[in-house]
Ligand binder design. Structure first.
Ligand code: ZN
Length: 314
């Protein structure tokens, strides 16, 4: 399929001036080979007004946004498209406050919900695992503890990082928040993020032991001494990713993120990082619209899990 996307703000404004134009674009991404009935997988349908489609085989009625993050939203699609443009065209993404201002949204809560639904779409369903040589290390997010990284300090979140080697640089990454840096959680993460048979490079933290029987080649580099620079020397890629992540959380989002919502921010960071070499911001826009047209809906109550936290999120 030819990747077709706007390259400038003006092109985006012209291309998606009406909700109908947005719907047509979504349909081309969701059903690149033509309509597929979500109920019977029939391939014939006809339009029935107001964006509805009726399956010729089973008469099931659907819309192009049914089952996507746009379902049940009271916002017009053209506003969603502008939100996606804002999120993808800025180097560091958008904060809820920034989005509220630019799009003239009535409430901070609406802007926050839009952003979090979009973050859900940043994880591509069925994405590939990392392979080859992969560095794995954990870091603490959400507060400062002086001295050596205290694995499992309760006020902070433990984030485990996998970074694929690409020559001297970094290929793709995977991030996950884990309850603690125990063997159980570290092993589970590695199995979900790294292809079996790959070389997994870690420091000497004991819980990493046992990767051999799980089918990995385990390379261990032990820290010499306690100086902070030691970790950067033995696992430079995960170390760099950790510092970029923390800088991004502090810069764009003022660091005010509870562990519960951190997962969404990790997804956005990963989405951006893994596409950092994309020549065009428009391509990032295209990817996000494409993925948003594929995922299941996330009602607001699932996103927040308690409305009291709202004011803390940026
Ligand atoms: Zn059908």
């Amino acid at each position: 399929m030819v990747e077709d996307y706007p390259k400038t703000l003006l092109q985006m404004e012209e291309r998606f001036a009406t909700d109908e134009q947005c719907r047509d674009y979504l349909a081309s991404l969701r059903w690149p080979e033509g309509f597929v009935c979500p109920s019977c997988e029939g391939r014939k349908g006809w339009p029935a007004g107001r964006g509805r489609l009726i399956c010729a085989a089973c008469r099931h009625q659907t819309t192009v946004i049914a089952g996507t993050i746009f379902q049940d939203s009271h916002l017009p699609l053209r506003l969603w498209f502008r939100a996606i443009w804002q999120v993808t065209c800025q180097k560091n993404g958008a904060s809820a406050l920034g989005l509220q201002r630019v799009l003239g949204l009535g409430s901070y809560q609406t802007a926050w919900t839009v952003l979090h639904k979009l973050r859900r779409a940043m994880v591509r369903p069925g994405r590939d695992k990392l392979s080859g040589r992969v560095e794995v290390d954990e870091t603490l997010v959400g507060g400062e503890t002086p001295g050596r990284k205290g694995r499992g300090v309760p006020s902070q979140a433990v984030v485990v990082i996998a970074a694929q080697e690409a020559g001297a640089g970094i290929g793709r990454i995977r991030l996950s928040r884990i309850p603690d840096a125990s063997a159980e959680h570290l092993h589970r993460f590695i199995q979900s993020a790294v292809v079996e048979g790959s070389e997994v490079h870690t420091d000497g933290w004991k819980p990493y032991q046992g990767l051999g029987p799980l089918g990995y080649q385990h390379k261990v580099s032990k820290l010499k001494g306690q100086k902070p620079s030691a970790a950067a020397e033995i696992l430079p890629r995960t170390h760099l990713v950790a510092s970029l992540l923390k800088r991004w959380l502090l810069g764009t989002h003022q660091g005010a993120i509870t562990p519960k919502h951190l997962d969404y921010y990790l997804d956005e960071f990963t989405f951006r990082f893994n596409r950092r070499t994309s020549a065009s911001r428009g391509k990032l826009f295209y990817r996000l619209v494409q993925q948003a047209a594929q995922v299941q809906p996330a009602p607001y109550r699932i996103l927040v899990g308690g409305a009291n936290d709202l004011k803390h999120h940026g």
